[in-house]
Design a protein around this ligand. Structure first.
Ligand code: 5GP
Ligand code: ZN
Length: 117
């Protein structure tokens, strides 16, 4: 378990210090709607523990990494995304990671092109 970072906006959302529209939570995970949605459904699924990216989470808490995918399955079902959805971990500056508390983007509700820009 990695300690909360008081300077981290997503640690503060998990702690309830910053409001967010929660859609799901478990002992190890938390999910909320993105402030700037890029699709009709745009949810961020995060571990309660602070890790900077997906690789660090998988190395430090592999079970929690798997729990993110369990949460995504449940959220996608609850959001009615039977036609499909996209799961994305932006990792590092070139991939447009802006918040360095690992987060899975769950995007759905519209057709999406490939490759992404
Ligand atoms: P990244 O670019 O790091 O992959 O994604 C960060 C995401 O966090 C962005 O889509 C951005 O809109 C979202 N975000 C940043 N700050 C907040 C916030 O305070 N609340 C919520 N709900 N989303 C946020
Ligand atoms: Zn954090």
């Amino acid at each position: 378990m990695s300690a909360a970072d008081p300077a981290c906006i997503f640690c503060r959302i998990v702690a309830g210090e910053i409001p967010a529209e929660k859609v799901h939570e478990s002992e190890t995970t938390f999910a909320f709607r993105d402030l700037t949605p890029q699709a009709p459904t745009h949810v961020l699924v995060i571990p309660r523990s602070h890790y900077p990216n997906a690789a660090e989470l998988a190395a430090g808490e592999p079970a929690t990494a798997a729990h993110l995918f369990d949460a995504a399955r449940e959220i996608a079902a609850a959001e009615g995304l039977g036609n499909g959805y996209r799961l994305v971990f932006n990792t590092g500056a070139d991939a447009h990671q802006t918040v360095f508390h690992v987060h899975m983007h769950l995007l759905g509700g519209r057709p999406m092109g490939w490759p992404p820009g």
